[in-house]
Design a protein around this ligand. Structure first.
Ligand SMILES: [Zn+2]
Length: 374
C-alpha cells in the first residue's frame, strides 16, 4: 500500500482511512441523495402555513420594515414579520422549519429570543394589504406564497395554535432559570404584556371595572382593544424605566418622568445605582397603586387615536399618549388631536425607532365603579 492509498476517501481532513472503497462510495451517494432531498424539501415549497412569532411594538418585538428591490424600476417597503413554518396545510410535517427547535417551546423570554434568532424564517407583507387583511400579530396563523423569491402573506387567521397558547401560559410564569439579569440582557422592550419577567399584582376592583367598561366602549366603536400592562411591583416599574432608557433613549425617560425625577433616574441607571432607582421608581407611576393600565396603540390609525382618547375620557380615565418624543405631533397629557409624525411607522421598526413601544397610558380614578350611583 502506498502513502497515497492511506489518505482514504473522506474529506482529506484528519486521519480517516477507509479500507472499503465500495462502502465509502455508497455512503457518499447516500449523503448526496440526502442533500438533494433536503434541498428539494426547502425549495419546492411555494406555499406555507406559518405562525407569526414577531410582535410589533410588543413584548417580543422583531417586526421590521424592509425595503426590497421589486424590479429594475424601484423598491417597495414591506412589513416583515418573523414566522415559523408549520407546514403546507395538507402536509404539516413537510416544511423547512421542521428540524429546528420551536422557539415557542422556550421556557422563558431569553430562550425564546435566542431560539428565534437562530431559527427564524421571515415572511413579508406588502403594505397595500394593511387595510385589507390587517397586520399579522404574534400567534396568528398566516398563509404565505413565495413570489419572486419573497414570501408574501396572503391570509391571516386568528385561529388557535396550541404551541403558542402553551407558550403564553408558560410566559405568565416563566421558569426560575430566567433570572432577572438574563431577562434584562435579552432586552425586554417593556410594553409589558401581563406575564413578562414578574407576575403582576392582582388588579384593583377599579381597574377591573374600568378595563371592562373601556373594552365594551371601544370594541363597540368597531375598534381593536388590547391591554398590555396593568398593575406593577416596584421591580417591574424599574424594569420599565430601564427599558425606556435602553430602547427609546434617556430623553424619553426625562420627558415621561419630568426634568428633575427623570434626570435623576437617568443618572441612577448610568451609574448602576439600583437603590436610588428603586426609590425614584417607587413613586413614579399609578401602575404601582393599581390605578393605571396601558393599552396598545399601534393598531390604531392616526384618525382613530383621538376617538380612543375621547372614549377613555368619557369614562373618567386620564390618557397619556406615549412615546413623548419623536412619535406624535402632540403627545403626553391632554391630547385631543394628533397624528404620527410624517414618515414614522406605527409601532416603530424595532428598538430605538420613533414609535417603538408607543401606547396609551391611562390613569384610572382609584374609586372608579365603587362610588354610589346618584
Ligand atoms: Zn402606563
Amino acid at each position: 500500500m502506498t502513502d497515497r492509498d492511506k489518505r482514504g476517501y473522506g474529506t482529506g481532513i484528519g486521519t480517516e482511512v477507509h479500507n472499503d472503497p465500495e462502502a465509502h462510495y455508497r455512503k457518499t451517494v447516500e449523503e448526496r441523495q440526502e442533500t438533494i432531498n433536503r434541498n428539494r424539501l426547502y425549495t419546492d415549497i411555494t406555499e406555507c402555513e406559518a405562525v407569526v412569532i414577531s410582535d410589533r411594538g410588543g413584548e417580543y418585538s422583531g417586526t421590521t420594515d424592509r425595503v426590497i428591490q421589486t424590479d429594475q424600476s424601484g423598491t417597495t417597503t414591506y412589513t416583515s414579520v418573523i414566522v415559523r413554518f408549520i407546514g403546507p396545510a395538507n402536509n404539516p410535517s413537510f416544511h423547512p422549519d421542521q428540524a429546528k427547535t420551536d422557539p415557542l417551546s422556550a421556557k422563558n423570554k431569553e430562550e425564546f429570543l435566542q431560539l428565534r434568532s437562530l431559527n427564524s424564517s421571515r415572511a413579508v407583507k406588502e403594505p397595500i394589504f394593511g387595510g385589507l387583511i390587517g397586520e399579522p400579530e404574534i400567534g396568528n396563523i398566516v398563509r404565505c406564497v413565495k413570489r419572486r423569491n419573497i414570501w408574501e402573506i396572503d391570509g391571516i387567521y386568528k385561529r388557535s395554535h396550541q404551541p403558542y397558547d402553551d407558550f403564553i401560559k408558560r410566559m405568565a410564569n416563566p421558569s426560575a432559570e430566567s433570572g432577572k439579569s438574563t431577562f434584562e440582557a435579552a432586552g425586554s422592550n417593556g410594553v409589558g404584556a401581563p406575564g413578562s419577567s414578574n407576575n403582576s399584582p392582582p388588579s384593583s376592583p377599579a381597574v377591573v371595572k374600568f378595563e371592562s367598561a373601556l373594552q365594551t366602549k371601544i370594541t363597540g366603536l368597531g375598534l381593536k382593544f388590547k391591554v398590555t400592562d396593568r398593575s406593577r411591583t416596584v421591580e417591574m416599574q424599574m424594569e420599565r424605566i430601564k427599558n425606556k432608557f435602553y430602547n427609546n433613549g434617556p430623553q424619553e425617560v426625562i420627558s415621561t418622568y419630568g426634568k428633575n425625577r427623570g434626570s435623576a433616574m437617568v443618572k441612577a441607571i448610568q451609574s448602576a445605582d439600583n437603590e436610588t432607582l428603586k426609590k425614584l421608581a417607587a413613586k413614579s407611576s399609578n401602575h404601582l397603586k393599581g390605578a393605571a393600565i396601558d393599552i396598545r396603540s399601534w393598531h390604531y390609525s392616526d384618525s382613530e387615536i383621538p376617538i380612543v382618547l375621547s372614549a377613555i375620557r368619557e369614562l373618567g380615565g386620564d390618557p397619556l399618549l406615549e412615546n413623548i418624543e419623536g412619535c406624535w405631533t402632540n403627545s403626553g397629557k391632554g391630547v385631543t388631536t394628533t397624528q404620527r409624525i410624517s414618515g414614522v411607522k406605527a409601532g416603530g421598526s424595532g428598538k430605538n425607532t420613533a414609535c417603538h413601544n408607543e401606547h396609551i397610558h391611562i390613569d384610572i380614578p382609584e374609586d372608579y365603579g365603587t362610588k354610589l350611583e346618584s
